[in-house]
Design a protein around this ligand. Structure first.
Ligand code: FAD
Length: 454
């Protein structure tokens, strides 16, 4: 067994996605030893877009400024110049259209939502991950390590993680960043608990990255280079530029009445099925010219992504003893606020902050034997995390479902009254984007000091 260095915590992160890597960078920045165990043979992300909201960017800066450097290296600002007026998300009526304007050149603008300066820049996922990985030292990662089990050998021993290749590793605590089908969530909640698994939202997403010159030729530069959402009955479409404006990220959401079984709850597949452009055209049949042109720009074949979330069965806790979950592993949300990864970054900041307190307390206790032990400080840190984080992330899960209904004109309080829709969207988005990060950090610090007075 590896000897514990006095005052040092060894952290294991299961899963090297966006949240796992950002958490690891934050811990390394605080000189806390960490190892990421990733089941794949390399870091990988899908070829699709992701955008980070203001709250996520602020948290990234506090976790580790290099994370913001990684975003800035690849993020694409709205519009073709740096004007602040470009920082708006434009909502359109994608369904009703003027037969005197068959080109859809004037599709009805329902309203604007100001996202803040560079507030919602598009990123190519794989490019972002490539940038992030540059800052992660190789000693902090092990690939082809598929977590299967965690053994608790008692408070005076480190936890023992077992991997599918028969190897094992020790750690003082385990952070499960293993995504929507998290095995660590199953460990925390029990395999029989429905909250251990995500459930189908009856929505699917068609996603594509389209060469910008094709889009520009079809829709003109304004629509191509700015972020727009096309709303309508029981479906909607969102697009924004990525890859420095070379690619156009399009995602179309539609209702899927059939059930979609999760399949192997420990497997990585089952969340996508092959689809065709004709499927998307059928779903948006009768919509306006802009949406019709957008569908025509899609490749002939593409994937259909099932949207699962934790809405039906939210996790009653994110923590068990010295094990916790963060990001999608804790609170997978439907993507309609574009904020799942962003709120995972908030988790990362909370965990890094608490574990810094824990490491400092442990270091001090080496001069005052008996004052604190590793298991005690870890459990305290995770209990505070479990008090502070779930209300906000559960709100995101709920609001993501509701805001989709608002975009699709079926929310009981807003219906097709677009003024009410926009007021709701603005209120919810602002609650998400202008999160009181200092308030969260104070809550964490107060929680710590009430357990370990200075
Ligand atoms: P993941 O990215 O799923 O990473 C989990 C990692 O764990 C993977 O690398 C996996 O291989 C590994 N793993 C799994 N099991 C094991 C195991 N047993 N052992 C070892 N490793 C394991 N969010 C935003 O903030 N902005 C957006 O614009 C946005 N758009 C979205 C659009 C769509 C259509 C969708 C579906 C989601 C969107 N999201 C967005 C949400 C965002 O993609 C997720 O919240 C985010 O990627 C979750 O990151 P994660 O690190 O928690 O999990």
């Amino acid at each position: 067994m590896a000897a514990r260095t006095t005052g040092q915590l060894q952290v294991a992160i299961v899963g090297g996605g966006i949240v796992g890597l950002i958490t690891a960078l934050g811990l390394l920045k605080r000189n806390i030893p960490v190892k990421v165990y990733e089941q794949a043979s390399t870091f990988r992300e899908i070829g699709a877009g992701v955008a980070f909201t203001a709250n996520a960017l602020k948290c990234m800066a506090l976790v580790d400024p290099d994370v913001v450097n990684a975003v800035n290296a690849i993020a694409t600002k709205n519009g073709q110049d740096d004007a602040e007026s470009n920082d708006n998300l434009r909502y359109h009526d994608g369904y009703n259209w003027d037969p005197n304007d068959p080109e859809g050149s004037d599709d009805k603008l329902l309203g604007l939502l100001y996202t803040g300066y560079k507030g919602f820049q598009g990123c190519h996922r794989a490019a972002f991950l490539d940038e992030l990985v540059k800052y992660v030292p190789s000693h902090a990662v092990e690939f082809r390590k598929r977590y299967v089990e965690c053994e608790d050998r008692g408070r005076n021993e480190r936890l023992l993680l077992h991997f599918s290749d028969g190897t094992s590793a020790e750690a003082d605590l385990v952070i499960g960043c293993d995504g929507i089908k998290s095995k660590i969530r199953q460990l925390i909640l029990g395999p029989e608990n429905p909250a251990s698994y995500p459930h189908f939202t009856h929505k699917v997403a068609y996603r594509a990255l389209i060469p910008m010159e094709q889009v520009e030729a079809a829709l003109g530069p304004f629509k191509a280079y700015n972020q727009h959402m096309h709303t309508g009955p029981r479906a909607h479409m969102l697009h924004f530029p990525v890859a420095g404006g070379k690619l156009f990220n399009l995602v179309a959401f539609v209702v899927e009445p059939e059930d979609w079984p999760l399949g192997d709850p420990n497997g990585v597949g089952n969340m996508t099925r092959p689809a065709t452009r004709a499927d998307v055209a059928a779903a948006f049949k009768g919509w306006g010219p802009t949406v019709t042109k957008l569908v025509e720009l899609l490749p002939e074949t593409l994937d259909k992504w099932a949207i699962f979330d934790c809405y039906d069965y939210p996790a009653p806790t994110f923590v068990r003893g010295r094990v916790c979950v963060a990001g999608d592993a804790a609170h997978a949300a439907a993507p309609h606020h574009g904020a799942g990864a962003g709120i995972g970054v908030e988790d990362a900041l909370a965990l890094c902050t608490l574990l810094e307190h824990a490491a400092n307390t442990l270091a001090l206790s080496s001069q005052d034997p008996g004052a604190a032990d590793a298991a005690g400080v870890v459990e305290a840190a995770l209990q505070i995390y479990d008090q502070v984080r779930p209300p906000r992330s559960e709100w995101l899960v709920t609001s993501s479902r509701e805001v989709c209904d608002i975009y699709e004109w079926v929310h009981p309080e807003t219906g097709e009254d677009w003024e009410k829709c926009l007021a709701q969207i603005r209120m919810r988005s602002n609650r998400l984007w202008y999160f009181d990060i200092e308030g969260m950090l104070k809550e964490l610090r107060d929680g710590w000091e009430s357990r370990f007075p200075v």
